[in-house]
Design a protein around this ligand. Structure first.
Ligand code: C2E
Ligand code: CA
Ligand code: CA
Length: 287
């Protein structure tokens, strides 16, 4: 009884406290699944189960690939391919994200160095950086060490951080983002439009690019509100001297709307899905 009451209490706490919650069997099931996932996740790095996929970003005017985003994939021997949306939140809760994102960073840097050595024209490759890692005291040390050991140049990279993460702790963000930017790594704000940006801070931060969140792109052809939001983000980026990219673009209508309104850089299934290195080499870079 006490154990189950405890489980219900944790559930109530995780939903924002100051409420009651009845125990259900389902809670134990979920907690159990979480423990299993967590145990497997701990072994994933040493077992070499992660792989980085790359999704090309295209200039819609001349249809050339201008950059790519690195996206992690987890190939679990029992469960098959597990999407990052199912394990990144758990990795963030448990702190494992630090090891995972450092692994991603290192493996992307290695790959980017290889591409440059083979003279492939790949533009900047962007890496998703969790707020937990950004606030981690040794983060910059890790970045510098990894650049050194992989012989990767900061000018070949871009870091993606989400809007809500930067705005949560603005003073600390200003310092760390300035340090990254001074090194030559570009910074883009991911999922832009879904958080609460302070315009004053947006101007102060060394941000190079706004990434229009896919939730606004999805209904672009039917929802007048989304069209207006997207137009606003594009003109805001222009006024703040930042570049702008749209993600989750799946149809020609969405692409055309974006181009007509001044957003030429496009990422989404309309052009490419995220691909593994072999596919990128054969079908995109043709090296
Ligand atoms: P995100 O950074 O917003 O990445 C975009 C997601 O949209 C990716 O999902 C991508 O595969 C998907 N996507 C791309 N084009 C389209 C499209 O046309 N239509 C639709 N419906 N989806 C599209 P993915 O790869 O499953 O990643 C999910 C999230 O997991 C990412 O969202 C990011 O927040 C996180 N993530 C992925 N890799 C990493 C990583 O290495 N580190 C961290 N910290 N987070 C990561
Ligand atoms: Ca991203
Ligand atoms: Ca995004």
């Amino acid at each position: 009884l006490l154990k189950n009451a405890d489980t219900a209490m944790y559930k109530a706490k995780s939903q924002g406290r100051n409420r009651y919650q009845f125990y259900t069997d389902d809670m134990t099931q979920k907690a159990l699944q979480r423990v299993i996932l967590e145990t497997n996740l701990r072994k994933a790095i040493s077992n070499d189960e992660f792989e980085v996929y790359y999704q090309p970003q295209v200039d819609a005017i001349d249809e050339k690939v201008v950059s790519m985003e690195a996206l992690i994939r987890w190939n679990n021997p029992e469960k098959g391919l597990i999407s990052p949306i199912h394990f990144i939140p758990l990795a963030e809760d448990t702190g494992m994200i630090i090891d995972i994102d450092n692994w991603v960073m290192q493996s992307v840097m290695k790959q980017v160095t290889l591409w440059h050595a083979s003279k492939a024209d790949i533009g900047r490759v962007s890496i998703n950086i969790s707020a937990i890692l950004l606030n981690y005291k040794d983060f910059m040390k890790h970045v510098k060490e990894s650049l050194k050991t992989t012989k990767c140049h900061p000018e070949w990279l871009e870091f993606e951080v989400t809007e809500s993460h930067i705005m949560r702790d603005t003073q600390a963000s200003i310092e760390i983002l300035n340090e990254i930017s001074d090194m030559g790594i570009r910074i883009s704000i991911d999922d832009f439009g879904t958080g609460y940006s302070s315009l004053a801070y947006l101007k102060k931060l060394p941000i190079d690019k706004l990434k229009i969140d896919q939730s606004f792109v999805k209904d672009l052809t039917t929802d007048e509100n989304d069209r207006e939001i997207v137009r606003t983000i594009i003109s805001m980026a222009k006024n703040l001297n930042m570049s702008v990219i749209a993600e989750g673009v799946e149809t020609i209508e969405q692409k055309e709307f974006l181009v007509e309104n001044g957003c030429n850089t496009i990422q989404g299934y309309f052009y490419y899905k995220p691909l593994n290195v072999d596919d990128i080499n054969q079908n995109v870079l043709k090296v």
